[in-house]
Ligand binder design. Sequence first.
Ligand code: TZP
Ligand code: MG
Length: 211
Amino acid sequence: MRYLDLSLYLVLDPHLCAAVGMVETARAAVAGGATVVQLRDKGADTARMIETGRVLKAALAGTRARLIVNDDVAAAIAIGADGLHIGQEDMDALTARALIGRDMVLGLSVETEPLAAAIDPAIVDYAGVGPVFATPTKADHKLPIGFDGLARLVRICPVPAVAIGGLKADHVGDVFAAGANGLAVVSAICGMPDPKAATRALAESIGKVHR
Ligand code: TZP
Ligand code: MG
């Protein structure tokens, strides 16, 4: 079933995770309550994505967390990931769906209302919506949409949506109030002195506003 619990979605960053490592960060985050882990490593070739992804998959085995691979469809398939996440500048969703087959989850980033409206729910399973705030984590991010923009885009999206961009534990209430199904974070977990505690703080905030 192509369903994902989007409520606490960790996007890994190899640079921010450098001290602890991506795999250990993912393990800690899942122990703290992360529901999804995305392997995102813009500098890695497919071989390295596969190598890291296989270790991540083994680390997540037996947990409820799901593994999503950013952008690299060949790696997602070789790893046997639960899903693939693509951006608007990556391959189009129809092509991605044809390559990954019917069973893998497909996520798509959307930054504007027309892009949200263009989602085909037969092809795409969830939308990554943002950036809510400007963030140093993604140098080339699009214009921040704020919580008003998030609410507008979520309303238009024909699939569940996860908010991204500058989100911290303080924002959890606003994210769910805007209608999103969860929040995706990088720096709120990666590079934190205690990634498990940081994740748990997010999970506890989520528990108060969302079941
Ligand atoms: N896409 C839009 S913003 C972003 C991505 C990958 C980075 C979010 O990072 P952070 O540290 O949670 O602001
Ligand atoms: Mg991409």
